[in-house]
Design a protein around this ligand. Structure first.
Ligand SMILES: Nc1ncnc2c1ncn2[C@@H]1O[C@H](COP(=O)(O)OP(=O)(O)OP(=O)(O)O)[C@@H](O)[C@H]1O
Ligand SMILES: [Mg+2]
Length: 252
């Protein structure tokens, strides 16, 4: 593998509620290469969201190491998160939502550059016509697109997505999955995504990391050797999808 953009080594996390301990992650280790799409799967409660939050700097690990490089010398590494429920600010327009985090994370960026970046992401996510709309005026798919645009505007070294499309209907979901593939192609983004949907994982991922029951450890890593664009009706696709399903259920 090329130099990893992200390397996880022994990530461990226990939550404490009063006196009761809840071990969530028990030493998760794997690497993610530049431009790779890695999907994380595993039983509910095994620590997938916790892992993503730790990588994104929204929570801390009790033990373990996260190595992150931008894969680009002049840029400091960063991760940006897309949540299941878009998490857009309802009182800001789509445009303002997109630039809000950029202003916070990159100080003194010229207004012109801010505008240029926001506009190119509105274009990329097909939201040009909705720049001045508020989140409540958007469909579910458009809200998720806006939150993908908001995450990408800081030019993160890794895009983290936690079940970003699970609330969408099948057709919208496939459209957004295709956008993820296009984003990787156009922006050379590295993507780490949690999903519960084996078809989505096999459609998108170069590799699928399967976590065990809580507390999560890496149970298996599966390389998906199918060319893009992938066809979910292809027998090879179906075989891998079924294998993934069995692995998550702990039957393989
Ligand atoms: N802030 C918290 N305080 C206490 N316990 C927590 C907290 N966040 C998560 N947990 C616990 O840690 C474990 C892992 O939670 P997490 O949300 O990471 O699981 P998950 O794999 O994302 O599950 P799902 O697939 O249902 O989204 C769960 O047992 C959960 O109850
Ligand atoms: Mg979760």
């Amino acid at each position: 593998m090329m130099e990893p953009v992200l390397s996880l080594d022994g990530i461990t996390k226990t939550f404490w509620d009063s006196e009761k301990s809840c071990p969530a992650l028990a030493g998760v280790s794997f690497d993610v290469a530049a431009r790779e799409i890695v999907c994380i799967m595993g039983p509910s409660g095994c620590g997938k969201s916790t892992l993503l939050r730790i990588i994104g700097g929204l929570d801390y690990a009790d033990a373990g190491r996260i190595g992150q490089t931008s894969g680009n010398k002049d840029k400091k590494p960063s991760a940006a998160m897309v949540f299941q429920d878009h998490a857009l600010f309802p009182w800001l327009t789509v445009y303002e939502n997109i630039v809000y985090g950029l202003r916070l994370s990159v100080q003194n960026l010229p207004e012109e550059e801010i505008k240029k970046r926001a506009e190119s992401l509105l274009e990329l996510t097909h939201l040009n016509a909705f720049a001045l709309s508020y989140p409540h005026q958007l469909s579910g798919g458009m809200k998720q697109r806006a939150s993908v645009a908001r995450a990408l505007v800081i030019k993160p070294s890794v895009l983290l997505m936690d079940e970003p499309f699970s609330a969408l209907d099948t057709f919208t979901r496939r459209e957004l999955e295709d956008e993820v593939l296009r984003i990787r192609q156009d922006l050379k983004t590295t993507i780490l995504m949690v999903t519960h949907n084996p078809e989505e994982a096999v459609y998108l991922a170069d590799r699928i990391v399967i976590l065990s029951e809580r507390p999560g450890v890496v149970a298996a890593i599966l390389q998906v050797d199918l060319l893009y664009p992938r066809d979910p009706a292809d027998p090879a696709f179906i075989r891998i999808r079924e294998q993934v399903t069995r692995m998550i259920q702990g039957k393989a």
